[in-house]
Design a protein around this ligand. Structure first.
Ligand code: HEM
Length: 306
């Protein structure tokens, strides 16, 4: 991780809280925003000193509308815009409002909770938390669908290359595009599918996480469509979540990327299909309920904003 960048390149941790906050109308939010920027710097520095082995961090992203409302620098990060829904023949990647996004990671829930509470204390007078998901590490990093999630993520220095903005947008270098979607799974239908069929949906074998050969892997499997080439990768930090009372079992999809267009390519392949109509079979068991794009500033920028 570059010293000045927020923690966009680290691997998933045991516990995560994701929060989306939207500013309330007709309020002056600038002072509060400046305090939140200070807090994020403080929380990360403090976590490094207090809990060095927990790999705790809190990453904040800023949405397009918030950027304008807060009168942050122009020109904007090149690809920062409201996410435009992607509508396929059967499934849609919906767009939802998001002013600020927080991705809190630690090895214990206590650290995550304290960070979330500190953020809420500052934001609550002028903003509303519209999404809060508590993600957890499920066994050997499996999604709630039972398949290991994250295997083909970039490793080592490739995480910076694919996860952070580089020289093509010098003013925003070291920052990152953050895209999130909350998926709810139809676990009943999924569990009714025999394991061999589930494996064809993903494109990998379930117990050992081995990829199917190209001859066996269906063209509408998730990994056949999400893989858009070796030069186009993203850093995924998905976490599963589950709530027995509401029966909301899902995957919080989260990606950091050097360019948003890479994420868009993947989404287009998944939702429209490649060729069109050959859409990602995972979507027959997974519904995208939200979808928002953010820019993640460097610590230097957060310092300027504060
Ligand atoms: C329904 C939510 C999702 C679930 C449960 C899910 C799960 C998985 C699993 C189990 C794998 C195989 C292991 C791995 O390499 O990580 C995978 C691979 C991958 N997924 Fe997803 N995923 C979801 C949504 C998405 C979305 C929305 C995108 C892109 C916008 C995406 C992009 C990828 C990519 C790039 C790979 C690696 C493909 C390869 O090169 O083999 N996934 N996903």
């Amino acid at each position: 991780m570059k010293p000045d960048s927020q923690n966009v390149t680290d691997y998933t941790n045991n516990n995560t809280i994701f929060m989306v906050w939207n500013f309330n109308n007709d309020l002056d939010v600038k002072d509060v925003f400046s305090n939140v920027c200070k807090l994020i710097i403080n929380l990360n520095n403090s976590a490094n000193v207090r809990f060095p082995v927990s790999r705790a961090s809190c990453v904040m992203g800023i949405g397009y509308e918030a950027w304008l409302r807060l009168q942050l620098p122009a020109p904007l990060p090149k690809e920062l815009a409201n996410f435009v829904p992607i509508t396929g023949g059967k499934h849609t990647a919906v767009s939802s409002k998001g002013d600020l996004h927080f991705h809190i990671r630690a090895d214990t829930t206590s650290i995550c909770y304290d960070m979330a509470e500190a953020i809420a204390d500052i934001l609550a007078p002028v903003a509303t938390c519209t999404e809060e998901i508590h993600g957890f590490r499920y066994w050997d990093s499996r999604s709630i669908l039972g398949f290991v999630d994250g295997t083909e993520n970039p490793h080592g220095q490739d995480r910076e290359l694919f996860g952070m903005i580089g020289d093509d947008d010098p003013d925003y270098k070291g920052g990152s595009y953050l895209f999130v979607q909350k998926y709810i799974h139809d676990l009943k239908a999924w569990k009714n599918l025999p394991t061999e069929q589930q494996e064809k949906v993903i494109g990998r074998y379930k117990p050992n996480d081995i990829e199917m050969s190209d001859e066996v892997k269906p063209s509408n499997s998730h990994i056949a469509l999400a893989n858009v080439g070796d030069d186009f990768k993203i850093v995924r930090d998905n976490m599963p979540f589950g709530n027995m009372a509401t029966n909301d079992m899902g995957t919080y999809f989260i990606a950091y990327a050097s360019t948003f267009s890479t994420v868009q390519k993947m989404l287009t392949n998944m939702f429209i299909g490649s060729p069109a109509g050959n859409y990602d079979r995972i979507l027959d068991f997974s519904t995208a309920k939200t979808g928002s794009l953010f820019y993640v500033p460097t610590f230097d920028m957060l310092d300027d904003f504060s």
